[in-house]
Design a protein around this ligand. Structure first.
Ligand code: FMN
Length: 360
């Protein structure tokens, strides 16, 4: 089966085509990696490549409780225990850089950090805080043009730290309504400067970040995740969306990124992304010189193999199945029964529902 065949991703060789999808798990007390997280990822090193939980490149991007950051040397050192554990177990690991932007509560941020977004458009949802429970998300302040450039620099520094910490590469989270996605969407980006207005302007920040990160660590170590037509975190639908993402995919492909990772959250109850858009995105990325296509969302073995065989995808990401099946690749290989994840423990602190799922 193609699912269990090796694959050259950027400058590394994957043992199989399974990707562990990025999943926030809120075990990073003090916003830094720890031995429990190293154990969790070590258990899942059977994936061709692991993409870590969303990790903030900036103090301003730590909008959720207990999510990790990577913006200083101490955090880089703490992440080393994770990359060592995975590499010693024969696995590969990318880190997902996620800046939460307006999907945030200031209680979750360190002192002096701020809830920043492309524009001062609040997110209508609530945010968990360990101190006061569920609270409405904080109103963001619009970044100045200078702050946009400073934020770009934070991504570059974080990517550099990621390589120092031993990661095989970096995934830029430009999906699911977080900061980069907030720049793409006209409902959250109402800027008047060169980062807002036309679709080219709304693509600009994502492209500048991708370009600057590739310049720092190399395109073979840089991937990106996008979610065209995704509605998570109040992302909107608008007439020129297919055109915008088509253009974005071409420009990302021209940077020769290691991969483009597409989100489909219809398995989580959201609308199915339009096939015409995702087809165009895949085609444009590949023909402009981009690397692998990773597809995600509601996959089982059969559908994964079908999409690999028909060439729609080069790699398939599994999310929830990896939470409850640390030895997922082995179970799929043997057609073993899959354990069902307990969603009440997705975001708890501690081992429960995290490192205590048994292997076969
Ligand atoms: C607990 C949980 C946390 C998640 N956190 C992230 C995240 O940090 N970054 C991200 O891009 N997607 C995140 N996702 C989305 C998953 O990567 C994936 O797209 C989604 O679960 C659908 O795939 P699945 O059907 O295989 O689970 C999360 C999903 C779950 C269930």
């Amino acid at each position: 089966m193609k699912l269990f065949s090796s694959y050259p991703l950027g400058d590394i060789e994957l043992n199989n085509r399974l990707v562990m999808a990025p999943m926030t798990r809120c075990r990073a007390l003090g916003n830094t990696a720890n031995p429990l997280m190293a154990e969790y990822y070590r258990q899942r090193a059977n994936a061709g490549v692991i993409i870590t939980e969303g990790t903030s490149p900036s103090p301003n991007g730590l909008g959720y409780a207990r999510i990790p950051g990577l913006f200083n040397q101490a955090q880089a050192k703490d992440w080393q225990q994770v990359t060592n554990a995975v590499h010693n177990a024969g696995g590969k690991i990318y880190i997902q850089l996620m800046h939460t932007g307006r999907v945030s509560h200031r209680i979750n941020l360190p002192e002096r950090a701020e809830v920043l977004a492309p524009s001062a458009v609040p997110f209508s949802g609530d945010m968990w805080t360990d101190e006061k429970g569920l609270l409405p998300c904080s109103e963001p302040r619009a970044m100045t043009t200078e702050e946009v450039k400073m934020t770009l620099d934070e991504y570059v520094q974080s990517a550099k730290l990621a390589i120092e910490a031993g990661f095989d590469g970096v995934e830029l989270h430009s999906a699911n309504g977080y900061l980069l996605n907030q720049f793409l969407d006209p409902a959250t980006n109402q800027r008047q400067d060169s980062y807002g207005g036309s679709l080219e302007n709304r693509n600009r920040f994502v492209l500048e970040v991708a370009q600057a990160v590739t310049r720092e660590i190399g395109a073979t170590k840089t991937g990106i995740r996008i979610s065209p037509h995704g509605s998570f975190n109040d992302m909107s639908e608008y007439p020129k969306l297919p055109e915008q993402y088509g253009l974005l995919a071409t420009d990302l492909g021209a940077l020769q990124l290691a991969y483009l990772h597409l989100v489909d959250h219809s398995a989580l109850g959201q609308a199915k992304p339009l096939a015409a858009t995702t087809e165009k995105v895949r085609k444009n990325f590949r023909s402009a010189g981009g690397g692998a296509i990773i597809l995600s969302g509601g996959y089982d073995k059969q559908r994964a193999e079908a999409d690999l065989q028909n060439g729609t995808a080069d790699l398939i990401a599994f999310g929830r199945p990896y939470i409850s099946n640390p030895d997922l690749s082995e179970r799929l290989l043997q057609d073993a029964v899959l354990a069902v994840p307990d969603d009440s423990s997705f975001y708890l602190a501690g081992e429960e529902g995290y490192t205590d799922y048994p292997t076969l």
